[in-house]
Design a protein around this ligand. Structure first.
Ligand SMILES: [Zn+2]
Length: 138
């Protein structure tokens, strides 16, 4: 029943705010050699963001480029927004890590706080990895 499928989908995403961010560029600098490289395609990522009044998801559009000098593809850098393969924004990561390191919460308590106050579910195992990375860097 197609109608039921649609209704279920709407119900599950109700209240979630989707914010679109278009970071696509026609040219970008190759991270290897610095040559300006043309866009060859477009990519999309969904990132969970800190929510103010409900769950918030960023829908990021970015460009993929091809460097003719290196003969390699690369994606537009966006490390200011999120880690390369992460599902969360840096803001979520920063906020959650601070709860553990600066406010001395347990991983479980911090996970609970993130869900209740910021409407984002960060699994304790993920948070654990973030905290370890943070402490290793410091
Ligand atoms: Zn290059």
């Amino acid at each position: 029943m197609p109608e039921k499928t649609v209704a279920t989908k709407l119900a599950s995403t109700r209240g979630t705010k989707f914010r679109k961010i278009n970071m696509s560029r026609k040219v970008s600098q190759c991270p290897r050699c610095g040559a300006m490289s043309k866009r060859h395609s477009i990519g999309h990522r969904r990132l969970r963001e800190v929510g103010i009044s409900g769950p918030t998801v960023l829908e990021v559009t970015y460009s993929k480029h091809y460097c003719e000098t290196c003969r390699k593809h690369f994606s537009l850098p966006m490390s200011h927004l999120a880690q390369p393969s992460g599902r969360f924004t840096n803001r979520v990561r920063r906020t959650a890590v601070d709860l553990v390191i600066k406010q001395a919460m347990t991983l479980e308590k911090a996970t609970q706080r993130m869900r209740q106050k910021y409407y984002v579910h960060v699994p304790p195992t993920t948070l654990h990895d973030w905290v370890v990375a943070e402490l290793t860097l410091a």
